[in-house]
Each structure stands twice: as structure tokens, then as C-alpha cells.
Design a protein around this ligand. Structure first.
Ligand code: NAD
Length: 358
């Protein structure tokens, strides 16, 4: 029987609750699909500051590097907001991404038919939306040098090298080959030198994927087009800053932050996490929506472990659960037949996922 080792980082706030539900689904699916998962828990975030004095202990980095994949909940909370920057929970996550060298962030946005009313946009605009944003994660203006403050000036540098653009472009084109074979590369090449290099490089890499149709769009237009006609997009490829903004914008097409997963891949170990934060306002109440984390676990099976059938089964189980009218509180206003706790939602999805062939 195949065995995989999963590093688990529950984190803060609702993190432990939602990760427990993802593990429940993974256990059910691994049993029914004939593979074994072993879990090792590691600290990151506020809980790591409290217990180990730093937001990312070395042991966590080492454990993640040893594992086949990392499943992560969320970090952060008011308790740690006033600490110096290097001790704040989000410094732990940035350092983990850097340490694992995960340069590609994949964020799918699908609009579930059952929750179409949750979106602020019209049904005709969003029905059938299925977009993947591929964002460069460890370069660009968030990391470029020089940066700093001098008197009454402050500055950051947007910098990309050809190899950095090439490797993220390959991720996007490969993803498009498994989807509708369309990549839209988003930049600001009418103004920025770095975007001109981005565009030239992406255009060159596209020649290696003749089946994929490549288009280019300026970031300001892309932000508008995502709202005007999101169905025109399949894969959106973009840099760190533009991707940060566009992926949040795209996620809101679905109407609920509790539904969407993400994968950060390409480095020494891949990290899977929901797109939302630690939701301290609802932590410990048993009302958090675990679907985003369960869908992240499905991405982990698909991308890191190659257990595609099991991933498909989880994705189908999520759809079935929503179709049957089960809702956590955050989506209760949209077609609920039964309101569930976090734990109940996890159990229902686990049961559906484990029943092969349904
Ligand atoms: P958030 O995503 O935690 O919450 C925003 C709103 O969405 C809240 O009302 C919350 O209750 C709700 N929500 C989020 N996830 C939900 C879920 N699964 N089910 C139901 N409702 C859900 O964003 P925030 O409030 O801006 O940040 C809270 C903390 O999370 C902060 O400390 C922030 O720094 C941190 N954060 C962490 C990450 C991460 O760990 N990757 C990402 C973003 C924010």
C-alpha cells in the first residue's frame, strides 16, 4: 500500500477546527482508495510564538521539507498584532514560503451552481465560471531590492529575472494543458520595463505549448474584465503584486471566502491552504466552513501525491453536499435545507467521498 507523510500546520483561530475536518475527509478517502497517510503536527503562527518564542520554529521547516506535502489551516489574531514585525504570525508564513522555495501560487475559483446567489454579480455573468490564477509568489515588488525609507521618501523595487518568469510561465502553461488550454498573461507592459521582459519571456515560452492559446492583458483592464465577463478566462498568469490583487478579486466571484482552496507549489515541498485567514471572530464556535480546507486537501492529493481519483471523489462529494442543501452558517442564506456545524459538514463530505462510484 502506498504511504505518504503529511506535515500538518493547524495554526491559529479556526485553523485547528478546519484542518481536523480535512483530515477526517482524507482518512475516509485514503481508506477507500487504498493508500495510507501519516500526519505530523508542526507549529506556526501565534501558537508558535506562544509555545516556542518564534512564529516559525526550525523544526517546522525541517518537518515540511521531509514531508510529501504540507496541509495548513490559517494563522494570526489580535493577540499578536502588536508584536514587532519579525515576531508576527504572518512573518512565519512568508519565511516558510521562502524556505520551501515555493514560487507558484495556484488559486482556482469555481462558482458552484448551488451557491450562485452568494455572489454579488448576476447569475448570467458568473454561472459556469472556472478560473485558475497562477501567481508568482516569491519575487517581484514584495521582495525586490533596494527597498526602504529615506527621509520623506519610501521605495520598493519590482524586479523579475528571465528564469523567474520562465518557471512560473511553465506552471501556467502546464496547468492550461489540463484545462481549457488558454492562458491570459497579465502585466503592465505599457508602462513598466519589468512587464516588458515578462511579456517577451511568456511569449517565448508559449511556443513550447503550441496547443495553448496565449493572450496578454494589462492589469487595469484585467481587473475590469474579471467583473465584466469572468467566463472569458481559463488560466490567468501574473506576477506577485498583480496576482495578490487579482486572486482576491477572482475569489469573490464565488461569493464566499470559506469555499476556495489554494496550492503553493514548485519548490522543495508544496503547501496547501484555504484562501481565508484565521477568522478569530468565529473561532471555537464550531461554525467555520471547512470546505476551503477540504478542497485544499483535494488539491494536495491531485498535485503532490498523484491520487487523482481520490481528489475527484472529494470534489464531487463537496458538490453533492451542497446540492443536498447542507450549509454552514456563512452560506446558510443560499438554498439551505439543513444548517451544519463544522464537524457535521466534514463528516457529510467524508461519507460521500468514501462511497466509491457515487
Ligand atoms: P479572515 O479571512 O480570517 O476573515 C474574514 C471574514 O470571513 C470574517 O468575518 C470571518 O469570520 C469570515 N471567514 C473566514 N473564513 C471563514 C470560514 N472558513 N468559514 C466561515 N467564515 C469565514 O480575514 P481577516 O479577518 O482579515 O483576518 C483574520 C486574521 O487572519 C488576521 O490575523 C490576518 O492576519 C490573518 N490572515 C491569515 C491568513 C493565512 O493564514 N494565510 C490569510 C489572511 C489573513
Amino acid at each position: 500500500m502506498k504511504k505518504y507523510e503529511i506535515a500538518i500546520i493547524k495554526g491559529d483561530g479556526i485553523g485547528p477546527e478546519i484542518v481536523d475536518e480535512a483530515k477526517k475527509v482524507l482518512d475516509a478517502i485514503s481508506y477507500s482508495h487504498g493508500f495510507e497517510l501519516s500526519y505530523h503536527d508542526y507549529l506556526m503562527g501565534g501558537i508558535a510564538v506562544d509555545r516556542a518564542g518564534v512564529p516559525l520554529p526550525d523544526e517546522t521547516i525541517e518537518g515540511c521539507l521531509r514531508a510529501d506535502a504540507v496541509l495548513f489551516g490559517a494563522i494570526g489574531g489580535e493577540k499578536w498584532d502588536s508584536l514587532p514585525r519579525e515576531l508576527r504570525p504572518e512573518s512565519g508564513l512568508l519565511k516558510l514560503r521562502k524556505s520551501l522555495e515555493i514560487f507558484a501560487n495556484l488559486r482556482p475559483t469555481v462558482v458552484y451552481d448551488e451557491l450562485i446567489e452568494a455572489s454579488t454579480l448576476k447569475e448570467s455573468v458568473i454561472k459556469g465560471v472556472d478560473i485558475l490564477v497562477v501567481r508568482e509568489l516569491i519575487g517581484g515588488i514584495y521582495f525586490g531590492e533596494p527597498k526602504g525609507r529615506e527621509g520623506d521618501r519610501a521605495f520598493n523595487t519590482m524586479v523579475y529575472s528571465v528564469p523567474e518568469i520562465e518557471r512560473i510561465a511553465h506552471v501556467a502553461f502546464k496547468a492550461a494543458m489540463r484545462r481549457q488550454k488558454r492562458v491570459c498573461s497579465v502585466d503592465k507592459a505599457n508602462v513598466l520595463d519589468v512587464s516588458q521582459l515578462w511579456r517577451e519571456t511568456v511569449t517565448r515560452i508559449a511556443k513550447e505549448y503550441p496547443e495553448v492559446e496565449l493572450s496578454h492583458m494589462y492589469i487595469d483592464n484585467a481587473a475590469m474584465q474579471l467583473i465584466r465577463n469572468p467566463k472569458q478566462f481559463d488560466v490567468i498568469l501574473t506576477g506577485n503584486l498583480f496576482g495578490d490583487i487579482l486572486s482576491d478579486e477572482a475569489s469573490m466571484l464565488s461569493g464566499s471566502i470559506g469555499l476556495l482552496p489554494s496550492a503553493s507549489i514548485g519548490g522543495k515541498a508544496a503547501l496547501y491552504e484555504p484562501i481565508h485567514g484565521s477568522a478569530p471572530d468565529i473561532a471555537g464556535q464550531g461554525i467555520a466552513n471547512p470546505i476551503a480546507t477540504i478542497a485544499s486537501a483535494s488539491m494536495m492529493l491531485r498535485h503532490s501525491l498523484g491520487e487523482v481519483e481520490a481528489a475527484d471523489a472529494i470534489d464531487k462529494a463537496i458538490v453533492k453536499t451542497l446540492k443536498e442543501g447542507y450549509r454552514t452558517k456563512d452560506i446558510a442564506a443560499f438554498g439551505a435545507k439543513e444548517i451544519c456545524t463544522t464537524d457535521e459538514m466534514g463528516s457529510i463530505i467524508a461519507n460521500y467521498a468514501a462511497k466509491k462510484g457515487e
